[in-house]
Ligand binder design. Sequence first.
Ligand SMILES: Cc1ncc(COP(=O)(O)O)c(C=O)c1O
Length: 463
Amino acid sequence: MSERPNSAAALDIASHLHPYTNARQHESVGPTVLTEGKGVYVYDEDGKEYIEGLAGLWCTALGFGEERLIRAATDQMRKLPYYHGFAHKVAQPTIELAAKLLEIAPVPMSKAFFANSGSEANDTVVKLVWYYNNALGRPEKKKIISRIKAYHGVTVATASLTGLPNNHRDFDLPIKNILHTSCPHYYRYGEPGENEEDFATRCAAELEQMILDEGPETVAAFIGEPLMGAGGVIVPPRTYWDRIQEVLRKYDVLLVADEVICGFGRTGNLFGSQTFDIKPDIMVMAKALSSAYLPISAVLISDPIYQAIADNSAKIGLFGHGYTYTGHPVPAAVALEAIKMYEERDIVARVRQLSPRLQDGLRRFADNPVVGEVRGVGLIAGVELVADRASKAPFEPAGRVGGYFAERAQAHGLIIRNLMDVIAVCPPLVISEEEIDSLLERFGKALEDTASWVEHEGLASVA
Ligand SMILES: Cc1ncc(COP(=O)(O)O)c(C=O)c1O
């Protein structure tokens, strides 16, 4: 691709295996090299400006170039650049962050455990759930139920929780004891004549049947994103979480809320659990926790879980889990500052105020011939592209049209992500009204290009 053999692009192709990328295609397409960021904008090596319409990977909530976060990191680096939490040691910011997370948690939580990514946090959850049930003398209660289209990470255990084919295929996953129940996407899975509430009730009935088929004594936990992100920005029906929680309570199954995307204001409340009235036993946070300036994630556990773990660690002599960087003081200091900024700027009120501008703006594209559904809450949305609006027929092969849209958006100065053929929008929460308008304008241009291309290539299915 590049005529410049010593360019960053050429070096990248020669030396770097990219995550979530078609490696062979990358050899010819090459990278977009980003060099700077300010607010909601990032700039590539040629100086081209883009609106970061997905806040990176749903994470840079406070935008780019935020001096307060930079200062929090550098101050802590000067003071104590590293310490760990093993064998009763700890650094000051880590203590403060654990206490702060318990203070802002929407349900009473007992302790916070830290890791470096959403995957590691969810991996920790799997181990905690197993350890907890062993501690309670229930060694057979180990199965964890996730959902089709869920996203919980890519480690061996969390890729297993993830309910997307490309995360299992050729990796020999999922591992045993992980199950996937129905995805709460009414547009895709609702049956003719079924309203949203009936559909939610059916999802819960299917979960209950799975628990009964497996044997409730073998089912330990259910994990869910309050609103599903990487599976296609799927907003569950209003009654979905109530029905699901009734089933979980009936069979003594723990509820894990994966707040990795929803946490810290994204859905118009501090946590997605508040937006959807979820009362979790375990909460998982990452991404916006530090506005993604440094890697850090957290697992919050309820008191009954903590008590069982504490007793068991006393019995064994050790809670044998933790990473070199668990509770690293530098990302902890950044996370504390980020949370302070969310509070000072009343980020929740801001999201609520800006939400209609983005959501209504995107819904204006709902009549476009390639748009099947526009959905979202707060400052997160998905636009599903379809080959036929009446039958909801998807494009074949999946992801080709979405990929074209993403390319056109980038050409128009907007970085978003296509989740196959769903276009995800999730800008930094600091975006202004004018910047939302500009995002929508660039989105509209990409959509026009895509609709013309679909027509030209004859990709729309003829009903
Ligand atoms: C809901 C959710 N959980 C977990 C993860 C995994 O986080 P990470 O990529 O930091 O491992 C993600 C990543 O997008 C996510 O969206």
